[in-house]
Ligand binder design. Structure first.
Ligand SMILES: [Zn+2]
Ligand SMILES: [Zn+2]
Length: 663
């Protein structure tokens, strides 16, 4: 532990206290001071974000100093803390306690920032006051904030010193404020006062005030969502965003530049160039640390002080805090807070978009209210979006009793008598429920907002389930498909919205039933025999020939699908089918023979083309086949020999010389 320490003054930079220690000890080398305080003779002491504070705290009396005290009261971190994710804040504190090195500056983007401060600054009035009170002066933390040019306490402009903020050549140089300002007095360096009527100077003054408040108060660090919610609240108030979170970025940018002037923004290093529109990301509050100056400017633009801003609720609740009450008067749970979610939406009609909150209870009752609530309106609504299943059931029960007193009933159901009359006629019409469902559909299509769809679903579900179940009771032997044919509407709705219920209550019947095993070899045998027989029949059938192709045979046997799908399980059938089936050429020859036979029976001496025509052989296809050509020539010459009496002059028989068609 070191023998003594120069206790920091209020809001003194830790660097400043260390510089005073260096001079008080009389060390000639800066390295000796760094070694005393930070346990390393080569470590650098950063002015704004010093590291190795664990070592320093271990050298100091623990009752007075802790690492947290040192960071909170004597470094610049508290100014950045409220605007960064909590986890990053914790990591930075760890870095500053340990050997953080350059990582702290890198994490904060301080060195690369356009607003980075080059030299330490001071207020001449503060110096005079310090000399009076303490006999010496020191480097004030509040004066070293990038972009800030005013001492908020004395309302004067700051002076820049010759002491560099980041001195890379002489890293451990310790220069006290007393040394740097020894020659200066108010007399030889008169202060320039802030003119509160000057708009730019007023902005700078507000920034100084806000920074001082943040540094002294250490506002609580929430996650960045809370920050965004506060911005959203203020943006909505300024008509720059909607409650649903949509921000009018272009208007915001325009009005922002108009408010501060682009000259001032450039001077602060916060110009809004197209390429670097920091405003867009600061409003979004991305998960990263941002220059606190950006946030302070935005807060000021939105008409708040930092103090007011951090006191705003961290939620935007145009309809108060949930859960909200169910306002169904006949539910039996009227007024109980059962609605946990409020859906926000904006009306799409009219010149001005109006905010609405939609509140739907599990009983089906759903109401909406125009917002935001200027006073507590938790038990009020502007419109019922949907009465819900329970409400309709109660109404059904009430009118089923018989004579009813409409005004009395309207009071019970808390609707106008005219509205109730409409609903009663609707319920009456819907004795078989079907009418009611159609009415509800029509109601939705005409002008109900989208949200109601979810609310009426439970109602439709119960109606369709009942309808389908009743139908099944009426027709106990009908399967699912048969029921579907009767009531397709209910079936399709249930299939789309309630499939699990449908499958559970009306399971699909599998065909063939479970447990039946197919004997494929037996089937193969059976199919192959049948294929042979069918092919023979098809070829020998009288009249115009039909081609006995593989497909035609299988189709004739009604086994086409099973042979196509399970060819590997029916090898014999597949082989027989290819053997017995007729090729295109064979079929052509068979047709020619048939055509020639026809002419012979008719005693017509037909020529080649006539036979071709009757056989239905096209010129492009089989007519060019050499075998077919030879076949036709033979038949044609045979037919030419038919004389008028019907006797053939030639004794040669075509059937003897011509090849047989395979049968
Ligand atoms: Zn001052
Ligand atoms: Zn309810």
């Amino acid at each position: 532990m070191i023998g003594f320490f120069t206790d920091p003054y209020p809001d003194e930079l830790l660097y400043s206290a260390c510089a005073r220690y260096h001079h008080r000890t009389g060390y000639l080398s800066n390295a000796a001071t760094v070694s005393d305080l930070f346990g390393h003779d080569r470590s650098r002491m950063a002015v704004d974000f010093p590291t190795r504070l664990n070592f320093l705290a271990s050298q100091l009396p623990s009752a007075t100093y802790s690492v947290d005290n040192l960071i909170d009261d004597h470094t610049m971190l508290p100014l950045y803390s409220p605007f960064m994710p909590p986890e990053r804040h914790r990591a930075l504190r760890c870095d500053m306690g340990g050997r953080g090195g350059g990582s702290v500056h890198a994490r904060l983007g301080v060195l690369t920032s356009a607003t980075a401060l080059r030299h330490l600054r001071f207020c001449i009035m503060c110096i005079e006051r310090d000399r009076e009170i303490y006999g010496e002066t020191y480097w004030h933390r509040i004066h070293q904030i990038p972009g800030l040019e005013i001492c908020g306490e004395h309302l004067v402009f700051l002076f820049g010193s010759q002491v560099r903020m980041y001195d890379r050549r002489n890293k451990q140089s310790f220069i006290t404020a007393s040394q740097a300002t020894a020659e200066l007095t108010i007399a030889n360096s008169p202060a320039t006062y802030v003119n509160p009527d000057n708009r730019e100077q007023k902005v700078l003054l507000n920034l100084a005030m806000d920074a001082a408040w943040i540094l002294s108060t250490h506002p609580e660090i929430y996650d960045l969502k809370a920050l965004r919610m506060r911005y959203l609240r203020l943006l909505v108030e300024n008509d720059l965003a909607t409650f649903t979170g949509k921000i009018k970025q272009n208007v915001l940018r325009e009005r922002f530049v108009e408010h501060f002037s682009s000259v001032l923004l450039e001077r602060l290093g916060c110009g809004l160039l197209v390429k670097n529109n920091w405003l867009r990301s600061v409003v979004r509050v991305e998960n990263r640390a941002r220059n606190p100056l950006h946030h302070m400017l935005l807060i000021q633009f939105l008409g708040c002080s930092a103090e007011d801003f951090f006191r705003l609720p961290a939620e935007v609740e145009p309809f108060g805090k949930g859960p909200w009450p169910c306002l169904n008067p006949v539910s039996g749970h009227y007024g109980q807070t059962l609605i946990s979610k409020c859906h926000l939406h904006y009306s799409r009609t009219g010149r001005f978009r109006k905010l609405f909150g939609v509140f739907g209870c599990g009983c089906g009752f759903c109401y909406r209210r125009k917002g935001p609530d200027a006073r507590d309106r938790r038990f009020e609504y502007d419109q019922v979006v949907c009465f819900g299943e329970l409400w309709y059931r109660k109404l059904s029960d009430a009118i089923a009793v018989g004579d009813h007193d409409l005004p009395q009933l309207a009071r019970t159901f808390r609707v106008l008598p005219s509205t109730l009359a409409v609903e009663i006629s609707r319920v009456k019409k819907a004795n078989n429920l079907e009418g009611l469902v159609r009415n509800r559909f029509r109601g939705e299509r005409i002008g109900r907002p989208r949200k109601t769809r979810g609310m009426t679903e439970s109602y439709l579900r119960s109606v369709y389930r009942t309808r389908f179940k009743e139908l099944a009771l009426e027709k106990p032997h009908a399967g699912r498909s048969a029921l579907r044919k009767i009531d397709n509407e209910a079936y399709m709705w249930l299939l789309k919205h309630d499939k699990s219920w449908l499958d559970q209550n009306f399971p699909r019947l599998r065909c063939p039933g479970p447990g039946i095993r197919i004997d494929w070899s037996e089937r193969d045998q059976r199919f192959s025999c049948a294929a042979q027989e069918t092919a023979a029949k098809m070829i020998n059938v009288s009249g115009r020939p039909i081609r006995a192709s593989k497909t035609a045979i299988a189709r004739e046997l009604n086994i086409l699908a099973v042979v196509t799908k399970h060819a590997n399980k029916l090898p014999l059938t597949v082989r027989v089918l290819s053997e017995v089936s007729e090729s295109e050429q064979d079929f052509a020859l068979r047709r020619i023979r048939w055509a020639a036979d026809c002419y012979r029976q008719e005693l017509v001496p037909a020529s080649s083309w006539k036979i071709l025509q009757r056989a239905g052989i096209s010129n492009a296809g089989m007519a060019r086949n050499p075998l077919v050509i030879a076949f036709i020539k033979e038949y044609a010459s045979e037919l030419r020999n038919i004389n008028e009496c019907g006797w053939e002059s030639s004794t040669s028989s075509s059937t003897q010389i011509l090849p047989f068609v395979r049968v």
